[in-house]
Design a protein around this ligand. Structure first.
Ligand code: RNT
Ligand code: ZN
Length: 416
């Protein structure tokens, strides 16, 4: 134990914060690490570009192009990240035997066995996502909300296959599988019919959820979005659509991605609103710069605020935290590590905040003192607690881990 930690611990104790307890709590909070940061959201089942209104920019060398490379990169990143992790896999990351291929409506658990092996190696769970983009059967930009029945049916079958795979993940790993439904369905210009696509979208998701599954094992979610590249005027799965869908379908969770709202809206404020009604909610934590740009997550104000809400709503076991960003312009392993560690820092900082005392000030209407105290808390020696946490988890605190990434880049990435 460092003397800096000892001193910081005392300072926090004088504010009524038990830093030992905070660190113990954080150790058990799983953050889902998205496999798609490692290869710019491409996957292994197609050669085409990324579509669906999302885009990666940059051409940093060393991108993973095979399952072995992607998993090895993820393992490298995980070795530099403290605490508990969960894998987050997209259906387009199916792994086929040599010469084997099947389309997305025919995917089976066996195509994801290698992901299960990886998860088991580290005692992790797996979250899953059907991939409703980057595929020739997206007709005129639409999948589940297409006016073409054959198109909708194909994607419904894909969704059902993914429910079966999600249940397989949960059974194999022993952790529930959060299965997120997001599509890029929408229109570039002003549509003539806004309701028709939404009616079809509703029926399609209902058809997917009609696949039998154990609600304790599979947690289906619907993710909303305000706009995407090339679908600026209308998205079928808008905020109101998705939230109402989740609210009216038992066992379905709302998923909020903080890049998917108008720029002055904040997900931190939406978390307690949803927790008032939903037993569980899911998050994609990202960093939008001016728009839903999916920059690497950092320890910025909104990330801290999101973590604070989860902690002070006492909802660490009701909120599924996943990261969702993709930056192809920098070292992709560093991008994972920075984002995962930032989320954990935000949570640790929230756990080291005298939340009960601050809440009491609010309830007693001592709002001046509340403001003063909230500012005071910001300059407590949090860095020393974080460094101690990293040390106890057997990973280096900030900066030192980057040397490891540089070494891996030279020895592995640049040789690809
Ligand atoms: C897109 C959504 C969605 C995707 C992933 C790859 O805007 O955020 O969650 O990023 O499914
Ligand atoms: Zn997302």
């Amino acid at each position: 134990m460092s003397t800096r930690y000892e001193s910081a611990k005392e300072i926090y104790a004088s504010f009524g914060v038990d830093t030992e307890k905070a660190m113990e709590t954080l150790k058990n909070v799983a953050i889902a690490m998205h496999c798609w940061q490692g290869d710019d959201v491409i996957g292994f089942d197609h050669d085409g570009p990324l579509t669906g209104g999302i885009q990666t920019t940059g051409n940093y060398p060393g991108k993973a192009t095979t399952p072995e490379q992607l998993m090895s990169d993820m393992e490298k990143a995980m070795s530099l990240i403290p605490g508990k992790k969960k894998l987050n896999v997209h259906a387009c990351y199916a792994i086929f035997e040599k010469g084997e291929f099947c389309d997305r409506d025919k995917l089976e658990p066996k195509h994801f066995k290698k992901w299960v092996d990886l998860a088991k190696k580290y005692g992790m769970g797996i979250d899953f996502n059907p991939t409703f983009f980057s595929h020739p059967k997206i007709k005129d930009g639409l999948s589940l909300s297409s006016p073409d029945k054959a198109t909708r049916d194909f994607w419904i079958e894909h969704g059902k296959a993914c429910i079966r795979i999600s249940e397989y993940f949960a059974k194999e790993t022993g952790f529930p599988c959060v299965m997120n439904i997001w599509t890029g369905d929408g229109f570039k210009d002003i549509p003539a019919d806004r309701m028709g696509p939404r009616m079809r979208y509703k029926e399609s998701i209902e058809a997917i959820l009609a696949e039998p599954f154990d609600k304790n094992l599979v947690k289906p979610c619907v993710e909303s979005k305000v706009f995407g590249i090339g679908v600026e005027s209308y998205t079928t799965g808008s905020a109101e659509f998705s939230l109402t869908f989740a609210a009216t379908h038992d066992g379905c969770l709302p998923l909020m991605d903080n890049g998917h709202y108008h720029p002055t809206e904040v997900v931190s404020d939406k978390i307690p609103a949803l927790l008032t009604f939903f037993p569980e909610v899911a998050l994609h934590v990202t960093r939008g710069v001016r728009w839903d740009s999916d920059h690497v997550l950092i320890l910025d104000d909104e990330t801290k605020e999101i973590a604070k809400e989860i902690v002070r709503c006492d909802a660490l076991d009701r909120v599924y935290i996943a990261l969702d960003y993709f930056d192809a312009s920098i070292n992709r392993i560093a991008a994972w590590v920075v984002g995962m560690r930032s989320m954990q820092k935000a949570l640790l900082s929230a756990l080291c905040t005298p939340n009960a005392a601050l809440k009491a000030l609010q309830d007693e209407n001592k709002l001046t003192e509340l403001l003063v105290m909230q500012e005071e808390v910001k300059t407590l020696p949090f860095g020393d607690i974080w460094a101690e946490y990293c040390e106890r988890c057997g990973v280096s605190s900030d900066k030192a881990w980057y040397d490891e990434v540089v070494k891996y880049e030279n020895e592995v990435l640049l040789k690809r």
